[in-house]
Design a protein around this ligand. Structure first.
Ligand code: HEM
Length: 448
């Protein structure tokens, strides 16, 4: 059944050139179609029906008011490592049950425990740097967020480390990539080193997850890692059953994917913008010195590091690390007054409303001050969505805020990070994460 309306504007043809454009320059591809056709664009790309969405109102339709017309996360199913439905891949009642059960893992008492790990790991990183050292800041930030995830998710006593997690993430990527190529399933079964390593990494992490689950279920000690919170979570209304061990295992894989690149790239972009805007960096240094006075931060300081929070908000506005979200229409529907056929992949481009001058004057300028200005333009609710929107809004907002604000404060106490080049770096977004291609070469200087 169709709605009787027209398809949104957009180019015609099967779209081989579009595929090439998208692979070469993902962000530029989205921007190009926005500039050419407006707030909603429709086309086919190698037999896939695609719809790109740019305005807060239509984004709201996709993610909030008409969310029941969409399924999400088809890519996650493709890697064949996740067996059960997860928060990332479900909608409706199934999703509501999972959200209810993961909620305790992100309450204040849980965040306090994770924050202690964040502080310890950021201090270790800070102590490793030397004055005048040349670093690619991408590397320590990814390492840091993986070290934090290893301990916060699986416990300080678990054998998991960033090397294993890196191997697991690369295995997940490899399994997903195989589903796009002819004979991918067959290739995935061949006894080649890549497949062996992938299988081994998943088996190693599974062993850790199931042993944490055993400890959390049967030992007397109170454990404060994410896996233990998940296995012990109960529906307070007593309606939905608790998570099974396999569901906890899958959910922890999803959190690993969702909660590592995003925070690492927020930190990388923070150092880029702080280096490009020395007056912002000076104000951040002043706040850090005044609030902390040389001591280490605690969880309580996060709310007092107001300017550091505004730096994070502004980074997420100007260069959101999750550049888009993906949905697939499970029935014919209407968006922005246009007809969208069943099966269309619909992708809201998060960065578009963030860079719209109507909502954000001087939108391409990095100005954390804007977050304190009393006379800001009136904005639609979904003009700022770095963490998504509606029922599927990011579950890890408090985790990410603690991680980024604490790390910025701890590094800023001692170091000034200068990018080597003043040019805007080349960006890679193919996997959906907006990050500098090849990282961000920098020099670290000890503060006076
Ligand atoms: C600055 C860092 C982060 C950013 C920018 C970010 C962004 C997002 C976005 C845009 C979504 C929505 C995806 C969609 O609707 O399809 C999302 C969902 C999610 N994020 Fe985050 N995220 C961040 C950090 C984290 C962390 C640290 C965790 C876990 C510890 C996490 C866990 C999740 C989960 C579980 C979901 C799925 C929620 C649901 O579907 O109900 N995220 N995130």
């Amino acid at each position: 059944m169709t709605t009787g309306k027209k398809l949104p504007p957009g180019p015609r043809g099967i779209g081989l050139n579009r595929l090439i454009h998208r692979v070469r320059d993902h962000a530029g591809f989205f921007q190009h179609y926005h500039d050419q056709y407006g707030d909603i664009v429709y086309f086919t790309m190698m037999f896939n029906k695609m719809c790109l969405v740019y305005s807060p109102d239509i984004i709201e339709e996709v993610m909030v008011t008409k969310r029941h017309a969409f399924e999400k996360g088809p890519l996650y199913h493709r890697n064949k490592i996740l067996v059960n439905p997860t928060t990332m891949t479900t909608v409706g009642p199934q999703h509501r049950r999972l959200r209810k059960l993961i909620q305790p893992s992100f309450r204040l008492n849980a965040i306090r425990g994770y924050a202690e790990i964040m502080i310890d790991e950021a201090v270790k990183l800070r102590d490793r740097w030397e004055d005048g050292a040349h670093i690619n800041v991408d590397v320590p930030m990814h390492q840091l967020t993986l070290d934090i995830v290893a301990k916060a998710f699986f416990g300080r006593d678990s054998r998991v480390d960033s090397i294993l997690l890196k191997e697991v993430l690369s295995s997940l990527g490899w399994r997903a990539a195989l589903t796009f190529i002819p004979f991918g399933n067959f290739i995935g079964e061949l006894p080649i080193p890549k497949n062996k390593r992938a299988r081994q990494a998943i088996e190693d992490l599974d062993r850790v997850v199931y042993s944490v689950i055993e400890k959390a279920r049967y030992s007397e000690e109170e454990r404060v890692d994410l896996v233990s919170f998940l296995i012990n979570a109960k529906d307070e209304e007593g309606i939905d059953p608790a998570l099974t061990s396999e569901e906890v295992r899958d959910e922890s894989y999803v959190m690993l994917i969702a909660g590592h690149e995003t925070s690492a790239n927020t930190l990388v972009w923070s150092f880029y913008y702080l280096s490009r805007y020395p007056e912002v960096r000076a104000r951040l240094e002043k706040e850090v010195d005044e609030v902390l006075g040389g001591r280490l931060p605690t969880t309580e300081d996060i709310d007092h590091l107001v300017y550091a929070g505004a730096v994070m908000d502004e980074v997420l506005r100007i260069s959101p690390p999750s550049i888009l979200v993906g949905r697939r229409c499970i029935e014919d529907c209407e968006l922005g007054g246009y007809h969208i056929p069943k099966g269309t992949i619909v992708q809201p481009f998060i960065r578009a409303p963030h860079r719209n001058e109507k909502y954000w004057p001087q939108a391409t300028e990095f100005r954390p001050e804007r977050w304190f200005e009393p006379d800001q333009p009136k904005r639609p609710t979904h003009a700022y969505i770095p963490f998504g929107a509606g029922e599927s809004k990011c579950a890890g907002v408090a985790f990410a805020r603690s991680e980024v604000v604490l790390t910025l404060a701890i590094i800023t106490q001692r170091w000034r990070v200068e990018t080597k080049s003043k040019e805007f770096p080349k960006v890679n977004t193919l996997a959906g994460f907006y990050k500098p291609t090849g990282g961000l070469p920098c020099i670290v200087h000890r503060r006076e």
